[in-house]
Design a protein around this ligand. Structure first.
Ligand code: URA
Length: 209
């Protein structure tokens, strides 16, 4: 079973509280999503592989550990996941960015892929799938299915707010995937919104309604 990490860091709790407030502006919401993704990313990248590199300091030659920067992919689930990309790229600027877009079929309620573009060497990469809200878990699970079908192997899922229902689905469907969450909420309501949540993350990021 994958590990579930819920952050207790005061900065993450404070910024997530601001994100929830109905009066937070689009500009502030966008900045907060980026900042929280960056703070979470610091911990979520803890197990990234390093490689030994020979360098020369002003004093002598030496060997140091450096990130294998070219071995990382960030994959936002469209469209709200886009808000978390810049925060992650601030930490790992050499990462490649893939995109997965899904919609829910109105008849079957199954997630259908409408867009998927990943780095062509995705099978070699540590993959960070990002989406601010883990609600039913349907989209996250389907997105990870699509990434695995294209060869993705080492996958971490990062979200800002998760419902217990979504965590359960993701853990059941993808027991190999670790999940990083800024805040775990109470439940889903009858419209599959997270309670207390923050509303529709995509609308709040882009000022749509
Ligand atoms: N997606 C959102 O943007 N918000 C929710 O509460 C649930 C899914």
């Amino acid at each position: 079973m994958g590990n579930v990490y819920v952050f207790d860091h005061p900065l993450i709790q404070h910024k997530t509280a601001m994100l929830r407030m109905a009066e937070t502006s689009v500009k502030d919401f966008r900045e907060l999503v980026k900042e929280i993704a960056m703070l979470m990313g610091y911990e979520a990248t803890r197990k990234l592989p390093l490689e030994e590199v020979k360098i020369t300091t002003p004093i002598c030659d030496t060997s140091v550990n450096m990130l294998k920067g070219e071995d990382i992919a960030i994959v936002p689930i469209l469209r709200a996941g886009l808000g978390m990309v810049d925060g992650m790229l601030a930490l790992v600027p050499n990462a490649k960015v893939g995109h997965v877009g899904l919609y829910r079929d109105p008849d079957t309620h199954e997630p259908v892929e409408y867009y998927c573009k990943l780095p062509n060497d995705i099978e070699k990469r540590e993959i960070f799938v990002v989406d601010p809200m883990l609600a039913t878990g349907g989209s996250a699970s389907a997105a990870i299915d699509f990434i695995k079908a294209r060869g993705g192997k080492r996958i971490i899922f990062m979200c800002l707010i998760a419902a217990p229902e979504g965590i359960e689905v993701l853990q059941k469907d993808h027991p190999d995937v670790d999940i990083f969450i800024a805040a775990k909420d109470e439940k889903l309501n009858e419209n599959a919104y997270i309670v207390p949540g923050l509303g529709d993350a995509g609308d709040r990021l882009y000022g749509t309604k």
